[in-house]
Write a protein that binds this ligand. Structure first.
Ligand code: SF4
Length: 310
């Protein structure tokens, strides 16, 4: 039977770490206050925080729609050998964006009631409209992403290389490090048997940016700990840039792994400082999660309305 727990289970992820670094108050909303906010008899604050946690924005929505669709196309191809045409894939993405726009504009009450089933875009909730420059940018991405996916190095390998071992196409994975559950979001993983390499693929729907080596090192740590890959030289990380149709590969070192383990330890310790009870994962009083002083962060934050009230 579904058990209602007063506090969520403690786990670590890079995005959780980044949220705490960005703003402790946001971290509180996201990882504690919103807990149980989906239940009918939870407090108004928990319900509000949960609703805002489910809010999205145009770039995030587009990125996650592309990732979900790619996963479906790969799974379908591996099962049946069928590849839908690019125009159909682009249309599926467009429909998803349109439906989120319609939800946000015309069904705010439904989102309020069931934030898990309806979309709300941050841009529309807080400003009433989608900024034209963002719409133009997403339109540009929409026109090229699925075509670039179909001709990408990774999808070409999937179609053409015979000596491949595909590990289940599961995006959310976890491992335990020193008894702490660590979540890792990995887009796609396969093994080139001839070259003796594990290839971790990251689909990028935005512009090329300075790569987050911690994220890459976490992937490698997962392969070593869970899949028992012995040598770091056997692991290749590939970023596929869907906007430009290019890719880059990275080779990590043992030092990268040591650094990420160090970050993990320090970050968990920092998170524990916000707990009243570590075993229960019971947080400190809400007021002890201070707000950021950087107004820019607040402008793009989902919880802005709550912060104006509390
Ligand atoms: S609105 Fe600002 S202070 Fe409030 S949670 Fe968001 S980032 Fe933090």
């Amino acid at each position: 039977m579904f058990e209602v727990k007063p506090y969520p289970e403690f786990s670590w992820s890079l995005s959780r770490h980044k949220t705490l670094m960005e703003c402790p108050r946001k971290y509180a909303y996201e990882y504690y206050i919103s807990h149980n906010g989906w239940l009918k008899d939870s407090s108004i604050l928990a319900k509000d925080a949960y609703r805002f946690k489910k809010m999205t924005n145009l770039e995030i929505l587009f990125g996650s729609a592309v990732h979900d669709l790619i996963l479906v196309v790969i799974e379908q191809y591996l099962k049946s050998g069928f590849i839908p045409p690019e125009s159909e894939l682009t249309q599926r993405l467009r429909s998803k964006l349109n439906s989120a726009f319609i939800d946000s504009k015309n069904r705010p009450e439904l989102w309020r009631e069931r934030p898990n089933h309806y979309h709300m875009l941050h841009e529309i909730y807080y400003n009433g409209v989608l900024p034209q420059d963002k719409v133009d940018e997403i339109q540009k991405r929409l026109n090229v992403c699925m075509g670039n996916f179909l001709t990408s190095k990774t999808f070409t390998d999937i179609r053409e290389k015979k000596e491949m071992q595909f590990v289940e196409a599961e995006r959310f994975r976890f491992m335990f490090v020193d008894g702490v559950k660590i979540f890792i979001v990995m887009d796609f993983l396969y093994r080139d048997i001839i070259e003796g390499k594990w290839i971790i693929v990251d689909w990028k729907t935005g512009k090329e940016s300075f790569e987050d080596r911690y994220q890459l090192a976490l992937y490698a740590l997962y392969l070593q700990k869970v899949l028992k890959v012995k040598r770091i030289e056997e692991i290749v990380i590939r970023n596929e840039y869907l906007l430009t149709g290019t890719h880059k590969t990275y080779q990590l070192t043992e030092t990268d792994l040591l650094k990420v383990e160090e970050l993990l330890g320090m970050s968990v310790e920092q998170m524990h400082r916000f707990l009243e009870d570590i075993i229960q994962n019971q947080p400190l009083n809400f007021n002890q999660f201070h707000k950021t002083n950087t107004i820019k962060k607040c402008d793009r934050c989902n919880y802005k309305e709550l912060c104006d009230m509390y």
